[in-house]
Design a protein around this ligand. Structure first.
Ligand code: PMP
Length: 385
């Protein structure tokens, strides 16, 4: 791709040689590589969306509601139902995927001379939001079971004085959840830590990316519970994963209204199209159906983890990270994971080479896809060993 960019173009120096982010989009029978919900919308959802979008098409000469109030009300209603937390419309904000939410957070709270701090391995887009907003990106390494090294993070907060602390729960690509007591410790510390280059009364924003949170084990609390206690907490969510709506591109964030007002400064005017808003609102009328397979996918994750642990590589069981999401990071000792990836792909199964050396990630598909994944992986491991 990049060799097609003429060197005469004044591309920013720090972007020269960079590649666009993204997993391969290949037409293969079993796609388990981008953590989607494999279940397509039911016919009643398809009809509802089609009707509602049809009804707003005659108004497309006008700009959409810039503040997307009806949709923000729907986010509140959803969050109340999903996590039992009551929020005001001023405390939620939507964008084109949680990718755009994150970018807006970096635009508002990052910038030259500022730093964001995360816990690696983690979602590989974070350094890109940092790059694109001229924000520094620092990480602390997770423990060997991919849980958060809390002491390490607190020390790094003191050292780096970041303006953004970015934690992911469940984390991608490991699936590990952030325990609430650890989050509270980070939030408490953030009240006493300054931000590099800012006045003494300025403290980091703590962002919790909960893109996969609906897949957590039942009864597990979420960071939303702490919103009432910490005005510097922002919790990012998305319709792309459990809600099975990745193609519509809708993400959102819940936070103190002060944080939302900061995001309103950096957002593009009319960033959420009328079609996006109508589509998301129509889908929220069918929340039960959209979430209909989440419990099943959680069970599939548990079964698949158990099955993976019974597989061996060079005589040793595969390792599987403890996941509360819709994907599993597995392996741990694959010395040539690209080869395994290629052999799976040749047989029509697409997974992801991501995370630390030796590991691979697979997301949960439909039952027949998972059956094919198991059969194919067993075959490939037996062949390559
Ligand atoms: N956060 C995490 C941790 C993710 O894995 C992803 C997507 N892979 C996103 C955010 C962005 O998702 P979307 O923009 O579709 O909401």
């Amino acid at each position: 791709m990049s060799e097609l960019i003429p060197s005469s173009l004044p591309l920013r120096n720090d972007l020269v040689g960079e590649e666009p982010y993204g997993a391969p989009q290949l037409d293969v029978p079993v796609c388990l590589n981008v953590n989607e919900n494999p279940y397509e919308p039911t016919l009643s959802v398809v009809d509802e969306i089609t009707r509602d979008v049809r009804s707003i098409v005659p108004t497309l000469n006008r700009y959409p509601d810039r503040e997307h109030i009806a949709l923000r009300e729907a986010f509140c209603k959803y969050l109340e139902r999903e996590s039992g937390v009551t929020l005001e419309v001023e405390q939620v904000w939507g964008a084109n995927g949680s990718n755009e939410i994150m970018l807006q957070l970096f635009q508002a709270f990052g910038g030259p001379g500022r730093k964001a701090l995360g816990a690696a391995p983690t979602y590989s887009m974070y350094p890109e939001y940092a790059r694109d907003t001229f924000t520094g990106w620092a990480t602390v390494q997770r423990n060997s079971d991919f849980s958060l090294d809390l002491e390490g993070l607190l020390t790094a907060m003191e050292r780096e004085r970041p303006s953004i602390v970015l934690l992911t729960s469940p984390n991608n690509p490991t699936g590990t959840i952030l325990p609430m007591d650890q989050l509270e410790k980070v939030l408490q510390a953030s009240q006493h830590i300054g931000v590099e280059g800012a006045g003494p009364h300025v403290h980091p924003v703590v962002v919790v990316d909960e893109a996969y949170i609906e897949f957590r084990n039942l009864g597990t609390p979420t960071a939303l519970d702490l919103l009432g206690s910490y005005s510097n907490l922002a919790v990012s969510r998305t319709m792309s994963k459990a809600f099975a709506f990745a193609g519509a591109r809708v993400g959102y964030v819940a936070a103190d209204r002060g944080i939302i007002d900061c995001l309103r400064i950096v957002r593009m005017p009319y960033h959420l199209s009328a079609i996006t808003q109508a589509t998301a609102l129509a889908a929220f009328k069918h929340t039960d159906e959209q979430l209909g397979q989440v419990n099943h996918l959680r069970e599939v994750r548990e079964e698949t983890a158990e099955w993976l642990r019974l597989q061996t590589w060079h005589g040793k069981p595969l390792q599987v990270a403890a996941s509360q999401s819709n994907f599993l990071l597995f392996g741990g000792s694959f010395e040539d994971r690209d080869r395994i990836f290629e052999e799976l792909l040749k047989r029509g199964v697409l997974i992801r080479v991501v995370g630390p050396e030796g590991w691979m990630r697979v997301c949960m598909g439909k039952d027949e896809e998972m059956a094919r994944f198991r059969k194919t992986l067993a075959e490939v491991l037996a062949k390559l060993e």
